[in-house]
Design a protein around this ligand. Sequence first.
Ligand SMILES: [Zn+2]
Ligand SMILES: [Zn+2]
Length: 230
Amino acid sequence: MECFHCLQPVPRGVNLSVEYKGSEKPVCCAGCQAVAETIIEHRLHAYYEHRDISQLQETPVLPDELNDLNLYDHPDLQKEFVRHEGDGTEVATLTIENITCGACGWLIERELMRLKGIHKAIVNVTSRRLQVSWSPEELKLSNILRALAGIGYKALPFQANEAEQQYARQRKSYIKRLGVAGIATMQVMMIAFGLYFGVVSDLSPDLQRFLWGVSLVFATPVILYSAQPF
Ligand SMILES: [Zn+2]
Ligand SMILES: [Zn+2]
């Protein structure tokens, strides 16, 4: 027996169901039951007829996780990924982990448009992104995330992920620059030691000029490459 909502096998001993078109359909857990009931109650059951069942759903968000969603209302966190528009609305791009097909996109857009204060909800199924805009006086971001969780989708701020990746890339490039600076500076110093101590008198002026030239060659990448971001 498989779960009406997530299509996973219903564990033995679990005896939960939802009513769908006049008959009882088995579900695997309280999470799937809540999600299926919300979808049916909100008259979005067309989702079940149009979804791509070759793609398995992930287990929906459990109620415990929903408490943490209030964190996303904090201004410090929001300034990373929420944009304030001139007309007073706020815009955010969210990544939704478990979008599997066009019916998911349809379901998400419909469910969000039910909320008072939502201006726009556009899902890109391929990139699993949701672009959403809302009036902050009427609605909080956590309300949006909670509505998504209610129909079984887990959303994360997209910009925060992106910023993290960018930070990692930037840090790598800094380390590379520092590495070049370290190696090249060592070469310059070794040549300088040779020029200052002992050997100077033994060197012909031509060789001295050559060594100065070499140290210039090593110093140039330090200045041009490593010092570039400073
Ligand atoms: Zn299930
Ligand atoms: Zn789907």
